[in-house]
Ligand binder design. Structure first.
Ligand code: ATP
Length: 311
């Protein structure tokens, strides 16, 4: 039976990734011949939405594409991924968001993103999708669209379900209302450092970092720590809980954070009997599958390829 409303709504970005591979990164002013080029579908909003859809979630994506060939391609891609595109807007006279990614042999990378149409996703666009957003079980937001648009989405969803605010990429400036408007605030080590000012975020200073987020007003704080897994804490129980990952052979961790968020949203929306920690443990496993393959969306697993005990 087709569901009438989508259980997971993502309000966020779409970017086309242009990835070059070279022995090293070019110096300023230098032209370097690389060895390989790849074009991929990315953007944190899209990555998280696609992860949840591949796990079997019914998803609605509120985003903006440019009126160019890249936007056309992305629209088709989202449809192919079974994401509802009713609220995917095409903005006139602007290009689709792009990320130019240079990867060196060492794995070191440098990235320039141009938001393009993502920068035009407005408060009004979100208001126009109000009923659909409020009907969702889980809302996910990130920081690749205007901050006022993200705040509007969180405000109008407040009290309707579980909102996950993934404060990525690392903010240089953040509106402090955001901490109280979301149910779950989720960051990686770099974003945690950018917001709290605490250096070298790790398992060792995890309690201090979590306390700092709880003091800012977060109800639940989740911090992803790469191969160290995840720590989380809440206003109810301020003690940090550690959810380790099972060791896997990691070949490319790009997009692992997005896979984790999309999977967490899936478990919160579809496995309501699970505790938050159990949802995190399973989301860790899904992110673990993604690091065993190269690429971003190309590394996200499909339900059919995963062990049944994860469902
Ligand atoms: P990215 O920016 O590359 O998308 P991120 O820095 O936001 O990633 P990480 O904290 O590196 O996110 O990783 C997110 C999650 O992915 C981790 O919490 C963990 O569940 C999983 N993960 C990452 N690296 C590994 C690894 N080497 N082995 C197993 N799981 C991993």
């Amino acid at each position: 039976m087709t569901e009438l409303t989508e259980k997971i709504v993502v309000v966020g970005s779409c970017m086309i990734d242009f990835i070059t591979y070279s022995s090293r990164l070019p110096k300023p002013g230098e032209t370097l011949e690389g060895s390989k080029f790849e074009q991929g579908f990315g953007g944190k909003g899209a990555n998280q939405c696609v992860t949840a859809a591949r796990l079997g979630a019914s998803t609605l994506f509120v985003t903006a594409l440019g009126s160019d060939a890249l936007g056309h391609d992305y629209m088709k891609k989202l449809k192919d991924e079974n994401v509802s595109t009713d609220e995917v807007l095409i903005k006139d006279k602007i290009h689709t968001g792009v990320a130019q990614i240079a990867v060196a042999e060492t794995g070191e990378n440098s990235i320039v993103i141009i938001k393009g149409a993502n920068g035009l996703l407005s408060k009004n666009d979100v208001k126009n999708a109000k009923e659909k957003i409020q009907a969702a079980s889980v809302l996910i937001c990130q920081l690749e669209i205007p901050m006022e648009t993200t705040l509007e989405a969180l405000k109008l969803y407040n009290g309707h379900g579980i909102s996950i605010m993934n404060a990525a990429p690392a903010p240089t400036d953040i509106d402090f209302d955001i901490f109280k408007l979301c149910d779950i605030f989720c960051v990686n080590e770099i974003e945690a450092e950018a917001i709290t000012g605490i250096k070298n975020v790790s398992l060792i200073n995890g309690q201090l970092v979590a306390d700092s987020f709880l003091a800012l007003g977060c109800d639940i704080i989740i911090i992803t720590l790469g191969a160290q897994g995840v720590i989380h804490a809440s206003q109810n129980d301020k003690r940090v809980v550690h959810a380790p990952v099972e060791p896997v052979k990691a070949v490319d961790t790009t997009g692992a954070g997005d896979a984790f968020i999309g999977a967490l949203a899936y478990y919160l929306a579809y496995h309501k009997n699970l505790s938050l920690n159990d949802c995190i443990v399973r989301a860790n496993k899904i992110a673990g599958y993604s690091v065993m393959k190269t690429g971003t969306q190309s590394s996200f697993p499909y339900k059919k390829d995963l062990p049944s005990e994860l469902f």
